[in-house]
Design a protein around this ligand. Structure first.
Ligand code: SAH
Ligand code: SF4
Ligand code: F3S
Length: 470
């Protein structure tokens, strides 16, 4: 239950967010839950009444940050600053008891992602003298109880927004903590997602990124109690007038259904850019990782996706140095990257996570080897990213204009491939989608020139011929 506001003196809330987009979304929702209770966001810890660390457990380094940050906060308290400290997120979920023990006296509440709707109540318990530890997976739906942000607040967050539609994971990849920190896979009901999406669009949002640890496994119930897949959800969202673009992340290759692939062909609002992590190019390693698909399956999938949407670009995630990875396995990863050609990719050294099957595997790869492989892979990925940037020069891309540029008379936005694009143009175009001829590509951004819809036509003809010829 959302509590009635208890305290209306404005208080300052500082949330430090680590980890993935879902944590970014969650931090906003925590702020929304506390807004009716008089908490206003602040950009610094120095004047905060409440500091929340929204933590990530995915790799060892990410987890360690919690304890160093708690140390820093303890120093501030010693200096006489008086504020409440909460640890939220995936480290709280996975290691709640340990944090409460190790950081005794430095932390007031530790709570997992399924308790965010109860934050006002948890704060009240701390105020009454309790040290709060909440890491249960409650049966109630937190989304039913989390209040929506006001229009004004949504506007300050920009023209693009995240929207969690699915949470948790049942895949149990042998390296990964997410099934333990976010729990079993659940999907939000269709109507609940549509209401939140309409609110965001009403407040000016033009692009939505649907979030889920396994977002393409989405299977929410519609108003008639029918199970709906992600493709159909996107079709329903596309009906919202004023919403220009839809993206989703992160997808698992085994859950790319025909329905979703067809949505990429039929739904113009769905962007032709897909994050489709494969992790490794070696079948042996994929098997040991429990990824549930082979290298050949991945290639076949990409072929199907590109048939539906020839201008689709891909991004990926890769882990080097998973237990048992040989030089030959790693060579397979390099070759899958070469064959697919990524627009972007995130690369990681395998990090042992307590409680996962990978942690007890005996053939761990030594650190120096991991470092060496990561450097080799990064070199290849960097080249591909640069090549992808260059490949759009001469193309006309739709750009969502988001903000004034750094120079006078300049505006900036994002291409369908999330590239930052700068061009000359008036600020009144902010919030619109414009056809932009890309004229140059730098390392971090590309430069374009707005063209009229008529000027664009020849390019579209060429594109549709390419589709026909595929
Ligand atoms: N939900 C996402 C994964 C989230 S974690 C998905 O299913 O793709 C993001 C990325 O972190 C993963 O894709 C993986 O590449 C990396 N990762 C996860 N566990 C890791 C570990 N133990 N060591 C190194 N990288 C890891
Ligand atoms: Fe982790 Fe695998 Fe689930 Fe992704 S699919 S969240 S990598 S267990
Ligand atoms: Fe990290 Fe949790 Fe996201 S472990 S990557 S914050 S789901």
């Amino acid at each position: 239950m959302t509590q009635a506001p208890t305290e209306l003196r404005p208080k300052k809330l500082f949330i430090k967010t680590y980890g993935c987009q879902m944590n970014v979304y969650d931090s906003d929702r925590m702020a929304d839950a506390l807004a009716p209770h008089g908490y206003e966001p602040t950009q610094t810890m120095d004047d905060a009444d409440l500091v929340v660390l929204n933590t990530c457990h995915i790799r060892e380094k990410a987890s360690e940050k919690v304890f160093s940050e708690l140390g820093r906060l303890a120093e501030l308290r010693k200096e006489g600053r008086n504020f409440m400290v909460g640890v939220a997120g995936c480290v709280a979920q996975a290691e709640g008891e340990e944090i409460a023990r190790r950081a005794k006296g430095r932390v007031d509440m530790v709570f997992g992602p399924q308790s965010y709707h109860r934050l006002p109540e948890l704060i009240a318990r701390v105020a009454a003298g309790e040290m709060v530890l909440e890491t249960e997976f409650p049966t109630e739906d937190k989304f039913e109880h989390l209040p929506a942000a006001s229009k004004l607040v949504t506007r300050t967050r920009g023209l693009t927004a995240f929207l969690t539609v699915q949470e948790g994971c049942d895949k149990f990849c042998s390296f990964c903590v997410v099934p333990y920190t976010r729990g079993a896979e659940t999907s939000r009901p269709v109507e609940q997602v549509l209401v939140e999406a309409r609110n965001l669009v009403d407040a000016g949002v033009r692009e939505l990124t649907l979030l889920g640890q396994n977002v393409n496994a989405y299977h929410g119930l519609d108003a008639r109690g029918r199970s709906v897949g992600l493709g159909e959800l996107c079709a329903r969202l596309a009906e919202i007038k004023g919403l220009a673009r839809i993206r989703y992340t992160t997808s698992h290759p085994s859950d790319m259904s025909d329905e979703l692939i067809e949505a990429h062909r039929d739904n113009d609002k769905l962007m032709p850019y897909l994050h489709l992590p494969v992790q490794s190019g070696s079948d042996q390693i994929l098997k040991a990782m429990n990824r549930r698909h082979t290298r050949a399956d991945y290639f076949a999938l990409i072929e199907r996706i590109k048939r539906a949407r020839p201008d689709m670009a891909l991004s990926g995630d890769f882990i080097v140095g998973f237990p048992g990875e040989t030089d030959a396995d790693f060579a397979q990863t390099l070759s899958i990257v070469r064959e697919v050609g990524y627009a972007s990719a995130y690369t990681f050294k395998y990090s042992i996570r307590p409680g996962t099957p990978g942690a007890t595997m005996t053939d761990q790869v030594d650190e120096a080897k991991k470092t060496e492989r990561l450097a080799t892979l990064n070199e290849l990925i960097t080249t591909q990213m640069r090549d992808f940037g260059k490949s759009v020069v001469g193309r006309t891309l739709d750009v969502l204009i988001e903000k004034p540029g750094r120079m006078p008379g300049q505006i900036g936005g994002r291409s369908p491939y999330l590239q930052a694009v700068y061009m000359a143009g008036p600020e009144r175009l902010i919030g619109t989608v414009q056809p932009v001829l890309i004229v140059a590509a730098g390392n971090n951004s590309i430069e374009g020139k707005i063209v009229t819809h008529e000027e664009r036509r020849p390019a579209s003809v060429v594109e549709s011929q390419a589709i026909a010829a595929f």
